[in-house]
Write a protein that binds this ligand. Structure first.
Ligand code: GTP
Ligand code: SPV
Ligand code: MN
Length: 613
């Protein structure tokens, strides 16, 4: 048995609660060694991983990793939220009783790290000194070295974050045990994986994966699920799967901040890293704060404020290129220290490639292996067309590498929020943008957000589903209570943000092309929203919000077929009428507050009235 006290003494880890927690799980998992890590250990750990073959070198000091082929995305089915209060059971959170969940996971983890090193990762999911710091500290224990390297990029990692806590017991206990990946029955009736956030014990126990949101526990499990729970329990904040960006008007010096809820793989990373359209870039600058998570609260000044608890970006690689997301390409250049997971790799030239990086894959197949590690040159006929990279392959890079990172992204006070937007992948019905000024109608709009599911969740690609506020996979408690908590927090803000629903993904009914060019052009819709908020444009009232008129939208330098423009700035009332029936079924599942039903009825009545006119 390893002498835990000795290791922790040598590392200078003094917090007695953390020490007790580490000792306990070292005993359960049977780890052979323990190592306390900080961001300063990155270089050494990378070298160790290269030597062990866990990582392969990519040119310019970057890295390639592959996860087990049945372990390439979050598993929503195997993810649960556990508490000791059955009232926390919601429609989407896979609620389970805390006691039995802890028991099951403790059994699965028993002896499961024998022969391995257990890394102790003290981290903070907030800028240091933030008013929400009490909810941000955690200690992840993991038996995977690549998880440590990813956490070092995605979170603030170091021992001081937990040695100096005001309440030394206020940290999240986050245990990650990889398990014997080839023998866990992934996707079968006997699936051994289990990913639990035991929210009222502030304990996260994840067993059976080494990938992304299943394994980097600071990100999704703490930053979203645990924080979702803590936000309501404390009454103080919202934790949402939101991007956070700034738009600076260089002419007036004004700065606006927008948070946006788009379901997984629906464009958060792209929008937050975007540049202004060429024709408007002289005047407007877009700055990056966060691409996946925002914690939102009402500051002492009465303003709604937000920060990004993360320190890095875990972005979808597919279709990331110079044109779609030049910011991301710059953030992963040689020298960035980026880690690429499940893309294609060239064993000879040490380059990486994924679908959409360039129009065609490299002509010379020599040296290339796909995301499963198989040689591309060995592919036979019917395999030739298969993707080289997994559709959920990702890059990991710190925010410090993001070219448009806002100078104040690390500010403990966060930034004031002017607008809250929601947007899913919807191929019809949703116009380019519709603004909503009533708070209950804005919250209602978030609760009825819909999207086509994507490869970010196992096996669900293309299925149309509702995804409240883009939090469906991350909600920690009952949806009606969640709606009440939203109304409470926004209700407390003195300056109300404007809400809006956006859609970059409307398609032509005949040939399926995207009606809107998307990507950096999306900024045009946001600029209209900010002008609307300032009262500079009026838009046109529709039953589901205020839509820009064609001349209000700044379309300079864009060539768009009139037919497409007309479509994205109008409503298909017949489709909306049908949608209201679906929404009613969706909302009926929740114990919603009356304000939300009233908002629903107002919108339904407005649609009926417009349809009759
Ligand atoms: P998660 O990290 O899973 O939460 O995803 P995300 O919301 O950050 O999505 P991301 O920005 O990575 O985009 C996912 C996919 O959508 C990528 O393949 C993008 O190329 C594509 N995409 C993003 N924005 C647009 C857009 O405006 N138009 C179109 N057509 N595609 C887009
Ligand atoms: C998502 O799926 O929403 C992600 C990636 O941000 S993961 O960390 O795998 O959850
Ligand atoms: Mn995400």
């Amino acid at each position: 048995m390893v002498d835990v006290d000795k290791v922790l003494d040598e590392a200078g880890l003094t917090n007695p609660h953390v020490r007790e927690y580490v000792s306990y799980w070292a005993g359960v998992t049977g780890a052979e060694q323990i190592e306390v890590v900080s961001a300063a250990d990155d270089e050494r750990l990378l070298q160790e991983s290269l030597e062990a073959g866990e990582l392969l070198p990519v040119t310019g000091g970057r890295y390639y990793s592959r996860s087990y082929s049945k372990d390439t995305a979050r598993s929503e089915e195997r993810t649960v939220v556990a508490t000791s209060n059955p009232e926390d059971k919601g429609v989407y959170n896979n609620w389970k009783p805390a006691d039995e969940t802890v028991k099951t996971l403790t059994e699965r983890m028993t002896g499961a790290s024998v022969g391995k090193t257990m890394y102790v990762i003290p981290y903070l999911m907030a800028p240091a000194g933030s008013p929400l710091e009490a909810y941000a500290a955690g200690v992840e224990l993991t038996d995977s070295r690549p998880v440590v390297q990813q956490m070092i990029r995605m979170a603030r990692v170091g021992i001081d974050y937990i040695n100096n806590l005001e309440d030394p017991n206020s940290f999240v206990r986050a245990v990650h045990v990889t398990g014997d990946l080839p023998n866990l029955g992934q996707g079968t009736d006997n699936d051994q994986r289990l990913f639990a956030t035991v929210a009222d014990q502030r304990t996260i126990l994840h067993f059976g994966s080494s990938y992304g949101g299943n394994a980097l526990l600071g990100k999704i499990a703490h930053g979203l699920r645990q924080a979702c729970y803590d936000g309501r329990a404390s009454g103080k904040f919202l934790a949402e799967q939101f991007l956070l960006l700034g738009i600076k008007d260089k002419e007036t010096g004004e700065e606006f901040h927008v948070v946006g809820g788009f379901p997984s793989a629906s464009g958060k990373t792209n929008l937050s890293m975007t540049l202004s359209p060429d024709a408007l870039g002289e005047r407007y600058e877009v700055t990056f704060y966060g691409d996946d998570i925002a914690w939102i609260w009402v500051g002492e000044d009465g303003k709604l404020r937000a920060f990004n608890p993360e320190n890095g970006v875990f972005g979808v690689a597919k279709d990331t290129n110079e044109k779609t997301n030049p910011g991301a390409i710059q953030a992963i250049l040689p020298g960035s220290g980026a880690i690429f997971t499940n893309v294609a790799y060239n064993e000879k030239t040490q380059e990486v490639w994924w679908e959409g990086l360039t129009k065609h894959h490299p002509d010379d197949l020599d040296g290339w292996i796909d995301w499963k590690g198989e040689r591309i040159a060995d592919r036979i006929d019917d395999e030739l067309g298969e993707p080289w990279a997994h559709p959920n392959s990702r890059f990991t890079t710190p925010i410090s590498q993001v070219p448009n990172a806002a100078p104040d992204f690390d500010d403990a006070a966060g930034v004031p929020i002017d607008a809250i937007i929601f947007g899913g992948r919807t191929r019809d019905r949703e116009p380019l943008i519709r603004a909503i000024t009533d708070v209950a109608e804005g919250v209602y709009d978030g609760l009825t957000l819909g999207a086509e599911a994507t490869a970010a969740a196992d096996g669900l690609e293309g299925v149309l589903r509702y995804d409240p506020m883009s939090m469906r996979p991350f909600l920690a408690y009952e949806e009606g209570d969640y709606a009440r908590h939203w109304l409470k927090i926004i209700g407390e803000a003195t300056d109300k943000p404007v809400f809006a629903h956006v859609n970059w993904f409307q398609r032509d009914a005949e040939d399926g092309h995207f009606l809107w060019p998307g990507y950096r052009e999306n900024v045009r819709a946001l600029l209209w929203l900010l002008q609307f908020k300032k009262g500079e444009v009026k838009g046109q009232q529709s039953p589901v919000g205020i839509i820009p008129t064609e001349d209000e939208l700044d379309l300079r330098g864009l060539e768009l077929p009139q037919k497409d423009l007309d479509r994205i700035l109008s409503l298909d009332l017949a489709r909306w009428k049908q949608e209201m029936g679906f929404r009613e079924e969706h909302l009926k599942q929740f114990k919603l507050p009356e304000e939300i039903w009233e908002a629903h009825k107002r919108v339904a009545a407005a649609i009926d009235e417009a349809a009759q006119a």
